[in-house]
Structures are given as C-alpha cells and as structure tokens.
Design a protein around this ligand. Structure first.
Ligand SMILES: [Mg+2]
Length: 242
C-alpha cells in the first residue's frame, strides 16, 4: 500500500484569513495615536510577505510601527494566532476536500502530520468535517501542553514517532508547504512534494530543494501517480531536480 503523509495547514487548510485578521488586530492594539500613521497592508500584500517568509517584526515595521512596537506586535501576534476566536476563520483550500476523497478512493494510507495541537486540529476536523479522512492512529500532531521549539526541529520529531509507530508501506510520500515539512521528510528518508497553496512562495520552497513543487494537493497526487506509472515511487528512487 502507498502511504501519503500530508501536512495540514497549507495542503489542506487555508490559514490566510486567520493570519490576516490577527495581523489587523495586533496592529490596532499596537498603534500609537501620537505616532506616525500606520500603513495597513491589504490581505494580498500581507500574504505575499508571509509567503516570502518576511519576519513578523519586519511586517510590523513595514506597517508603520517603530522598532519597540514591532517587537511587541510580534509577541502579541505569537500568543494570539493559535487561539480559538481566530481559528474559526480557517477554511479548506479550494479542491483539497476533493483531493482527499481521491486519496481515499485510490486506497492509499492517508496520514496527517501537523504542528497543530490536538485541540486546534480537532477544531478544524469537526468544523470542516475533515476528521473522517484521518482515523485516530493516522493523526500526528502536538499534545495540548507540548512546549514548541522551532517547527524545523519539532516536525522531524513527529516524523520519528510516526516512523516508529506506523506499519510498513510499499512506498511513502509526503506533501507539505514549508521548510519544516521538507526537514521532516528528509529526516525520515521520505520524498517530499512542496505545494504552493500554503505559506511559502516558490522561491522559499525551492531554497530547501523538495523533490517537486506543485500547485496544490491535487497536483501532488497527480505527480505521485505519474511516478508510479513509470515504476518509481520508492523513496530511494523518487528524487528529481526541482
Ligand atoms: Mg503547513
């Protein structure tokens, strides 16, 4: 059986509306009535900066905050972005549910691997009816009390756990939208397809050299099917230049 390990935010969920609302909220909280006027970014501008991996502090400065307020903005943003009042703004990426249906129809073993905490993942699963794709033993996420370090370190740890627990598969592929996914896949010796439907643009993804870069989860499935058709798909044969 073929196993597909998918990241959640990016390939499946679109978090841009949540992130943008948190940006607006934090900017308003940090605005200084006596300071220079703010330049509130449009959602498209904001999301382009996020996809280019511009740090929050810098986004605060671009929006007109001074250095001290930008730091506070980044801190407030960090403690706000994963809270429930904002999580409700997440929605499935267009086409993602159909892609998950397709994976099921193909009979592939589908696993989710995400830096979300259990409660954050459950919220999306319940609200968007996505839990049906992932049985309990196919969910790799963080415990509610997990102390995060950096995604590029935490995600390989999740991968190590998954490799220790999941039954063997004939071939495994991973799909993700950030360098953390690429790091996790590398650590597990699994080929990784980067998707552009998430929080990194093509340049940022390419810098980390995934095995392929495609538009979205559906295109990733097509890519895997094409590789299988030519007899590839095993991790050690699945590398190709981007
Ligand atoms: Mg992601």
């Amino acid at each position: 059986v073929l196993r597909l390990i998918t990241d959640f935010d990016g390939p499946v969920m679109d978090v841009s509306e949540r992130y943008y609302r948190v940006y607006r909220h934090c900017l308003e909280r940090l605005s200084d009535p006596n300071g220079p006027p703010l330049r509130v970014l449009s959602k498209a501008e904001f999301w382009d900066y996020k996809r280019a991996q511009v740090p929050e502090r810098k986004i605060g400065q671009i929006s007109g905050l001074d250095e001290a307020r930008s730091l506070e903005f980044a801190r407030l943003r960090r403690e706000t972005v994963h809270t429930l009042p904002y999580l409700i703004h997440d929605a499935p990426v267009p086409g993602a549910v159909a892609a998950l249906d397709r994976v099921q129809a193909l009979g592939w073993d589908l696993v989710v691997m995400t830096m979300r905490r259990v409660r954050e993942l459950d919220d999306a699963f319940n609200r968007c009816d996505l839990g049906r794709f992932f049985p309990a033993t196919s969910r790799y996420c963080l415990a509610d009390d997990y102390v995060k370090t950096r995604d590029v370190d935490d995600k390989p740890r999740l991968m190590a756990r998954a490799i220790g627990e999941l039954p063997p598969a004939a071939a495994t592929w991973m799909v993700g939208d950030t360098e953390a996914d690429i790091a996790a896949a590398r650590a597990g010796g699994i080929p990784i397809i980067g998707v552009l439907s998430g929080i990194r643009d093509r340049d940022r993804l390419a810098a980390h050299q995934p095995d392929a870069i495609v538009d979205n989860l559906e295109a990733a499935i097509e890519f895997i099917l094409a590789r299988m058709a030519v007899g590839e798909g095993l991790p050690q044969t699945a590398t190709s230049p981007v």
